[in-house]
Design a protein around this ligand. Sequence first.
Ligand code: M6R
Length: 606
Amino acid sequence: MCGIIGYIGKDVANKIILEGLKRLEYRGYDSVGTATIDAKNHLIIKKDVGRIEEVNTKLNLLEPASNIMLGHCRWATHGAPTRENAHPHLDCKNNVAVVHNGVIENFLELKEELIEGGHKFVSRTDTEVVPHLVEEGLNAGLSFYDATVNAIRRIKGSYALAIISTREPDKIICARNESPLVLGVSDSGTFCASDIPAILPYTNKVIVLNNGELAILEANKFVIKRVSDGITLSREAKVIEWSIEQAEKQGYPHFMLKEIHEQPTSLRNALRLQEQYLDLIATFLDRGEKIFLLAAGTSHYACIASSYMFSKLARLATYPIISSEFIENYGESVGIDTVILAVSQSGETYDTLKAVDYARMRAATILGITNVVGSTLTRVSRAYIVQQSGPEIGVAATKSYTAQVLVLAQLALKLAKIRGKLSQDEIDELKASLNRIPEVVENVLETREEKVKAIAKKYAKEKLFLFLGRGISTATALEGRLKLLEISYTPSLAYPAGESKHGPISIIEDGVPVIFICPNDETRKEIIGNIMEMKARGAKIISVCEKGDQKIANLSDDIIEIPKVNPLLSPIPYIIPLQLLAYYIAIEKGLDPDKPRNLAKSVTVP
Ligand code: M6R
């Protein structure tokens, strides 16, 4: 996830920005850049691909010394990690410099319009529209503030922006919508940054900017305004007592919990995909004879969930296969008519890349879904989608899983449309359900965490858990089990509930906890049967079910209720309490959920 920082004040800005960028490093980045205004009132831009120290050694970010500066570390989403795509971005006349974190949804329309108006673009980023929009206003004789506010009113999507201009070199204007942005004040100057740790060594007086607000920063003051109507808002600075380490986790004790709570945002970003890539991938999938969904670990469970979506929405059979088994199991069947959709958060998983390579050599079409632009998967794929979850630091995949499922759901819907399998009404209804998902997840996080914590306390000492689900909830059972297993080391099994009578039921005795995932879909009646079988043998039943499902509540020892959603999208909100359960059981057991033993975030070896 990109990080931005800005400073204006009495001190030399360069060192503050360089140190701030280093403290933003933990967010993950591929390139770095700074913008300052020199004594002759020229913008000086220094940027390149690489680590902060490398770029500093090459370009000397400490010169020329200035009292105003912006800094950026980039996590590529639109356009590969290259010098041209690194921030800051400029207008045509080098009067305006912009750093940005987020995704500008309508950048293609704006870019076309600006190019028609004579603007020259040098990058493939969404961000570059912003300096050109500000330039439009400046050309029309507006002040820096008016030109910027007009520009911001035209962009849609998520952004934390910081902008400087040679027209008014005594100001930084920054704005926020859905991407984090804080201001800081000290006796020496005024700051803005993506997060508190970046500025904490200089000030602990912090103001959080809200969505739809902008701030005009000067050396000794700041003004906050509402973007929509320009009204000035008053806001007191808060004194932050956190250590830098706590601040990196935004006050959460672990990255895993922070990332669980980031899901409303990462899901909103996953809804901002570029239509043309969705269209392209859906077209390739439509042309395939055999379609394999290739992935490992959590990404494999996202593929399992999506195979139900592809079948139910697009009437298309797809095969979710564990990467390490693919060549042995299906290798000989791969040919020019095969389409591989590889799903990998990191885009670097050895088994997935090996299977992809094998299929490529046999002329299969390779498609990818990943969280990392520039990863190997993006380089070997004919077309790919970036899920835009931002870096995931916790070893346990959480926000990347729900985003993968949401991306795959959009793909299934697109394919259904291309193949003419759904009516316009059905498509509209599903789209509305997709758009509601971030809100539902927000609600689950806000209202169910305490309940899950209590359940974790009650069952933390259990020696074994069984997770059961039917239909698409099989994926949720498998992923819930993986979360518990990997961070709390509790032996656990997960099965499609229909399989439980074919073996797993033999482990049930008095008090064994069985977690049922039971959204209100066409499998509900049968899963109720499975709950009764387990209950009759003494199992403790914990159900994740639809809010108000009295029948399931009556059969369960503990329930976690989820608001009503389209059953095909249930894997997203229904996994949230299971992520929290794994987290809180690990905490009860005194384990560090961010550092599970023997595991690496990305498995790049055979
Ligand atoms: O980067 P990938 O999505 O390819 O990684 C796949 C697995 O290694 C990963 O999902 C792993 O299972 C996680 N630790 C699960 O939480």
